[in-house]
Design a protein around this ligand. Structure first.
Ligand SMILES: [Zn+2]
Length: 324
């Protein structure tokens, strides 16, 4: 028995869409065999929510004409949402009109299928754990290193979602209570130390790529910046490894493009900071799915939400939750 699902990843510049086909009667290994059928990308434009819904619906119609029908849709959003109402809350990279915008109901009506929301970093984690760099693994920690540090955790084959999808914020564990302020309101989070802006500031360069390039060329300030960021990141990953014993830690996002320059020292630092964990028990690997990961994960979430059930009474066309 196979089923197809649509995934949408709403971003500040582009919205990506994917159709994924799954077989097996339950999500997660070993019964899961998801397969990416098609992707497409549409510019976010002004970013105003009404315009984004129109653009996504039009792109979805084109994609589904060739690769549909789908049983349900998942929508990844770059920030917070309320699962009961289907409204987006704080989406820092999109216009303020998204704050309290009723996204799920209208979009479900336009798409004609039940629609579920998910945070984009959780979608990334689900995609990489099912058919990306950690395919076949049952417990996985994922991080995306960009302007922030997003994350998600899969435990025994299930994405740890939590109320309103807010579990799995790997980047907001405090690793130094006296550290710099973080966007979340706390101090000394992994994100405050190890995201792109921190690396650029420490390294005295305009982009993370430039810091890594300067470090490779022998620039001492850039080299020290990479070392500092790797050290902080390693503490956060070592904490997760010690608590969860994942088979794989997947690292994606812009900073992961540094390749061996990041992963070599990071691996050594995590092993040193997690003495209770057998180093042979886990790997730290780069993400494999590229920019489509969020859309793929949103599609997978549409299926998993249908299997695991909604948090409350479900609407028929309004999505996995009450229509409001
Ligand atoms: Zn934080």
């Amino acid at each position: 028995m196979t089923a197809r699902h649509l995934g949408v990843d709403v971003g500040g510049t582009n919205c990506k869409l994917a159709v994924v086909e799954s077989a097996g009667d339950r999500p997660g290994p070993p019964g899961d065999r998801p397969r990416l059928l098609a992707t497409t990308t549409v510019p976010t434009g002004s970013g105003e929510p009404g315009e984004v819904v129109e653009r996504v619906a039009a792109a979805a119609a084109g994609l589904l004409a060739a690769h549909g029908p789908v049983a349900a849709a998942g929508v990844g959003v770059p920030g917070l949402f309320d699962e009961a109402t289907g409204r987006t809350l704080l989406l820092p990279n999109l216009p303020a009109a998204w704050n309290g915008y009723r996204l799920r109901g209208p979009l479900a009506d336009r798409l004609g299928v039940p629609t579920a929301l998910i945070n984009d970093a959780r979608a990334f984690a689900l995609a990489e754990s099912r058919l990306g760099a950690a395919a076949g693994c049952s417990t996985v920690v994922c991080l995306t290193l960009g302007t922030g540090v997003g994350g998600g955790v899969v435990i025994d084959g299930r994405l740890r979602f939590g109320p309103h999808g807010r579990a799995g914020e790997v980047g907001h564990q405090v690793i130094d209570p006296a550290g710099p302020p973080c966007g979340c309101g706390n101090r000394g989070c992994v994100e405050a130390f190890a995201a792109g802006p921190a690396l650029c500031r420490l390294g005295g360069q305009a982009s993370p790529e430039a810091v890594f390039a300067a470090a490779a060329a022998g620039d001492p300030r850039a080299g020290a910046a990479v070392q500092a960021v790797v050290g902080r990141l390693a503490v956060g990953i070592a904490n997760m490894v010690t608590v969860l014993w994942p088979e794989r830690v997947v690292v994606g996002g812009g900073l992961a493009a540094a390749g061996g320059q990041l992963f070599g020292p990071l691996r050594r630092a995590v092993v040193a900071a997690a003495p209770l964990v057998d180093p042979a028990a886990y790997e730290i690997v780069p993400a494999a799915l590229g920019p489509a990961a969020g859309a793929i994960g949103a599609a997978l979430w549409a299926r998993e939400r249908a299997v695991t059930g909604p948090p409350g009474p479900g609407g028929v066309t309004g999505g996995y939750g009450p229509r409001r």
